[in-house]
Unconditional design. Structure first.
Length: 254
C-alpha cells in the first residue's frame, strides 16, 4: 500500500494514499503546498477527506480545489468547513477509488470530529495520537472517552494515521503515568530511533497503542493508581480516570 505522511507546518501530517495508477486520497490538507508537490503533474486525487474544522486540517482546500475543481471533499456536517462537497456522518461507507472507508463519529476534540477506517487504516485526525489524545476544545471527557473506546475496539492490526507528530512529547507524559509498562518502554525506544533518523513515528498499529497509550488504558490498575495519586482522590469509574488524566496532561510541563 502506497501511504505517505506529508509533513506540514511544525508537526502536522497530511496523509496521502495512492492506488496502483497513482491517483490519491488526501486526508486533512491543512496546507496545499506539500500535496501539490507530492502529486505534481500526476492525476487528480480521487477525493479529499476531512476529520474536523481546524485550520491546520482544512486550510489547503481552496488551493487544492483551484487546481482540481471537481475533487469531492468528504467532511463532517459542520458549517465551519465551507468547501465540503459531501457531508458525511456515523456509519456511512465511502467508496473512494479502489478503497472503502467507514465513517465514525468521534466527538471530543471538536463536537463534529469524524474518523475514517478501512483498508486496515484509521485516519483519526486529532482524536487519537500515538501515546496521547487530543485536547477537549468542544467536547466533554465522557464524549472523548467514548470516542477513544470506539477506536480502541477496532482490529489490532489497524494502522493509526493521526495528524500530528506529538509522539515523543506524549511519551514523556506516558512514562510518568505508566512507568512500569514494558510495552511502553519498548515503544519509546523505537520512537527515539525513528525520530533520530528523521522518520515519522507513524503509522502505528492499534494493538501497540492499546498496550502503551495511557489514554486507552484507563482500566489498567497502574494507570488508575497513578491518576488517583495525582488527583488526590478516589475516582469512581474509567470516565473519571480519563477526565483526571486529560487534566493532568493539560498541565504537564514534562
Amino acid at each position: 500500500m502506497n501511504l505517505h505522511a506529508l509533513a506540514a507546518f511544525d508537526d502536522n501530517y497530511i496523509w496521502l494514499l495512492r492506488d496502483a495508477s497513482g491517483r490519491a486520497l488526501v486526508v486533512d490538507p491543512g496546507d496545499a503546498t506539500p500535496v501539490l508537490a507530492a502529486i505534481g503533474d500526476g492525476p487528480a486525487p480521487h477525493a479529499i477527506v476531512i476529520t474536523h474544522h481546524h485550520s491546520d486540517h482544512i486550510g489547503g482546500l481552496p488551493a487544492l480545489l483551484a487546481r482540481w475543481p471537481d475533487t469531492p471533499v468528504f467532511a463532517p456536517d459542520d458549517a465551519r468547513i465551507v468547501h465540503a462537497t459531501q457531508r458525511v456522518s456515523e456509519g456511512q461507507v465511502l467508496a473512494i477509488g479502489p478503497w472503502q472507508f467507514r465513517v465514525l463519529a468521534v466527538p471530543g476534540h471538536t463536537r463534529s470530529h469524524l474518523a475514517y477506517v478501512g483498508e486496515d487504516l484509521l485516519f483519526c485526525g486529532d482524536t487519537l495520537f500515538s501515546l496521547g489524545c487530543g485536547r477537549l476544545f468542544e467536547g466533554t471527557p465522557a464524549q472523548m472517552h467514548a470516542s477513544l473506546s470506539k477506536l480502541a475496539a477496532l482490529p489490532g492490526d489497524t494502522r493509526v494515521c493521526c495528524a500530528h507528530e506529538y509522539t515523543l512529547a506524549n511519551a514523556a507524559f506516558a512514562l510518568v503515568v505508566d512507568a512500569d509498562n514494558p510495552a511502553l518502554q519498548q515503544r519509546v525506544k523505537e520512537i527515539r530511533v525513528l525520530r533520530s533518523s528523521g522518520h515519522p513515528s507513524l503509522p502505528v498499529r492499534l494493538d501497540t497503542e492499546r498496550a502503551c497509550n495511557p489514554f486507552l488504558r484507563c482500566h489498567a490498575a497502574g494507570v488508575r493508581a497513578a491518576v488517583q495519586q495525582h488527583a488526590g482522590m478516589a475516582l469512581p469509574d474509567e470516565t473519571a480516570v480519563f477526565a483526571a488524566l486529560r487534566a493532568w496532561k493539560d498541565g504537564f510541563a514534562g
